[in-house]
Design a protein around this ligand. Structure first.
Ligand SMILES: Cc1cc2nc3c(=O)[nH]c(=O)nc-3n(C[C@H](O)[C@H](O)[C@H](O)COP(=O)(O)O)c2cc1C
Length: 273
């Protein structure tokens, strides 16, 4: 056992010295000795829990990722390639929602799953603001439409999007959050370059998991773009500080329609070297 003020690293007598913990450690900081694994340099540990999760006899415990917090995989999930393909390809962006409240516990469950997505250096740097208030969604939508309007005047590639504002104002239908009853805003530290990448993986997990709860999602990319720069008005609405940054957003709700066919895409581009 290694015990320091920061952590405790324990190896039980049942350790078979198979070296799996040492081999899977991303920082290569677990050394296998005649007495079992040791941790000579814990400073660069990224606290990913691989060492604890891989041990075939549950001999290793590490206070940064305690054994008791890891879930045993009792029965490996059996899913065919066809099932996986249908599941993944069935995810579609949903832009028509039923006027039905999304229970908070379902949103929390989606985000709980999302937060198991990989993050650079295991930084786990994404937090979320969940919005169910229609007034708040409307205020955020209006902010984004004004941002698009202003940009369309100066940026030629944005001119086409001036229509979004016109349609929203003309028809009263929200072209930013599409009438979704809920929105998820992913937030990361402004100074962390990988925060946006991390958010993409987290929200991809959210998009794939949401249909299992009967929910549909769509990226709110315009909202994300309009709120990446710090703006006091909108950051105050979201309860965020200048050190934080909006790095992704999804609209969420019960789909009004259900797709009957899997979509085609452009031909796959594939190079073998
Ligand atoms: C980063 C990103 C931003 C997006 N932003 C928007 C958006 O602002 N509004 C919207 O209606 N769809 C948005 N989408 C959805 C795409 O239009 C959609 O993923 C694409 O057309 C493929 O359709 P599918 O998601 O149904 O497969 C966005 C998607 C991504 C990945």
């Amino acid at each position: 056992m290694i015990s320091t003020p920061d952590f405790t690293f324990t190896v039980a007598a049942s350790c078979t010295k198979c070296s799996a913990c040492s081999h899977v450690c991303p920082s290569s900081i677990i050394a296998m000795t005649a007495d079992g694994p040791t941790l000579p340099n814990a400073k660069i540990c990224i606290k990913c829990g691989h060492c604890v999760a891989i041990c075939p006899v549950a001999a290793l415990d590490f206070s940064w990722t305690p054994l008791k917090n890891q879930t045993n995989i009792e029965k490996p999930l059996s899913i065919t390639a066809e099932e996986a393909e249908q599941f993944l390809r069935s995810r579609r962006s949903i832009r028509s929602y039923r006027k039905l409240e999304v229970p908070t516990d379902k949103l929390e469950k989606i985000l709980d799953i999302a937060h198991y997505a990989p993050t650079g250096g295991n930084s786990q740097s994404i937090s979320y603001v969940v919005i169910k208030s229609s007034e708040t969604i409307k205020a955020l939508s209006n902010f984004t439409l004004e941002w698009i309007d202003a940009l369309a005047k100066t940026n030629a590639s944005f001119r086409q999007y001036a229509n979004l504002s016109k349609i929203s104002k003309g028809t009263g239908s929200d072209m930013i959050f599409r009438g979704a009853p809920a929105a998820i805003v992913a937030v990361g530290p402004r100074k962390l370059p990988m925060a946006r990448d991390n958010a993409r993986f987290n929200l991809a997990y959210a998009e794939l998991f949401a249909p299992t709860l009967g929910l549909g999602t769509c990226w709110a990319g315009f909202f994300e773009m309009s709120t990446s720069e710090y703006n006091k008005e909108v950051y105050d609405i979201l309860g965020l500080t200048e050190e934080q940054m909006v790095v992704g957003a999804l609209m969420v709700g019960y789909p009004k329609y259900h797709y009957k066919r899997l979509v085609d895409r452009n031909p796959l581009k594939f190079t073998l070297l």
